[in-house]
Design a protein around this ligand. Structure first.
Ligand code: IPM
Ligand code: MN
Length: 351
């Protein structure tokens, strides 16, 4: 490819600020290879809903499907803005994109640069990826409420786990592990209590492991995994887990590696039947929006994941190298969002 047809969804709050920097860095990174980036911006998110009442119109979804990849900022209303029903934008835009575009691999790498920013006294070397299932689990909206609002209300939220859905994400985790030096997969679940889904996951890991004799694997219950994430995060290489456990564990993973300002993610359709989408793990942070205070690093690292997915591996390495140098040289002096973005863009251009 000599050009990337890129959809950009800046979203709300700090989304537009961090996305603008990620786009600059991404463009500079592929320039070396003679590749052009052609961005198309889409107005979507809480603000857009307030103005139009639209979350994700069918025609916009169809249009997005024609792009090579999606760069996503952040969405969400300011806390206390009661005009927007709680969770509406999350479900009808973000989750709808993940589900409609079959983003079954929610890839969330965690790496500690030097010892920068970890709240742990002895963090050790941290370099793992969480492969979070992205299209099933308790996120599917399979539930209901009987006798709502009465003292006899019964609410259910049924977690969906299919053999197909579990197998494809587990196989992806093993494949990623097989390409990493430590070659280890840790399944995180809670099969002592969640017996049906838990055993499907466990059986699937045992079966897929047969295809990857060079990869070792172990198992942790989710509660124990949170302890090890804080006491011994170096033990992890590739973690595979369901949608909700993965959501929680990746916030903790971000916290132990310097905060969500650095945490990148990819919502990946490995079968390439639809474009994949790359976004920082953080939200729209309305309290600091428009002030150039947000750290664009997570968005920039998400752009590197995007380039890897499209096969521009050298360009992705240029970004990671520049980010790693930038983060390690941080002194604590405040820089604006654009200053950080421009410093990394310059380093990428000079690489
Ligand atoms: C994330 C977010 C989303 C999730 C929300 C906004 C629906 O927390 O990307 O981790 O739960 O997946
Ligand atoms: Mn989350």
């Amino acid at each position: 490819v000599s050009s990337i047809d890129l959809a950009v969804i800046p979203g709300d709050g700090i989304g537009p600020e961090v996305t603008a920097e990620a786009l600059k860095v991404l463009t500079a990174a592929v320039e070396h290879d003679g590749v052009e980036v052609n961005p198309t911006h889409y107005a979507l998110g809480a603000q857009h809903w307030l103005e139009t009442g639209e979350t994700l119109p069918a025609a916009v979804l169809e249009d997005l499907k024609t792009r090579d990849a999606i760069l996503f900022g952040a969405i969400g209303a300011a806390p206390g803005d009661t005009r927007i029903p709680s969770g509406l934008i999350e479900r009808e835009l973000l989750l709808k994109l993940r589900f409609s575009l079959d983003h079954y691999v929610n890839l969330r790498p965690s790496r500690l640069y030097g010892t920068v920013g970890s709240p742990l006294a002895n963090p050790g070397e941290i370099d793992f990826v969480v492969v979070r299932e992205g299209t099933e689990g308790p996120y599917v909206g399979n539930g209901g409420s009987l006798r709502a609002g009465t003292p006899h209300e019964v609410a259910t939220e049924v977690s969906l786990n299919t053999a197909h859905g579990v197998e494809r994400v587990v196989r992806d985790a093993f494949r990623r592990a097989s390409e990493r030096p430590r070659k280890k997969v840790t399944l995180v679940h809670k099969h002592n209590v969640l017996v049906f889904a838990g055993h499907l996951w466990k059986r699937t890991v045992e079966a897929v492991a047969q295809e990857f004799p060079e990869v070792t694997h172990d198992y942790l219950h989710i509660d124990a995994a949170t302890i090890f994430m804080v006491t011994d995060p170096s033990r992890f290489d590739v973690i595979v887990t369901d949608n909700l456990f993965g959501d929680i564990l990746t916030d903790l993973a971000a916290a132990v590696t310097g905060g969500i300002g650095l945490a990148a993610s990819g919502n990946i359709n490995m079968d390439r039947t639809a474009p994949s989408m790359f976004e920082p793990v953080h939200g729209s942070a309305p309290d600091i929006a428009g002030q150039q205070k947000a750290d664009p690093t997570a968005a920039i690292l998400s752009a590197a994941l995007l380039l890897d997915h499209l096969g521009h591996h050298q360009a992705a390495r240029r970004i990671e190298t520049a980010v790693s140098a930038d983060v390690e040289s941080r002194t604590g002096a405040a820089r604006t969002t654009a200053e950080i973005g421009e410093a990394i863009t310059r380093a990428v251009r000079e690489a």
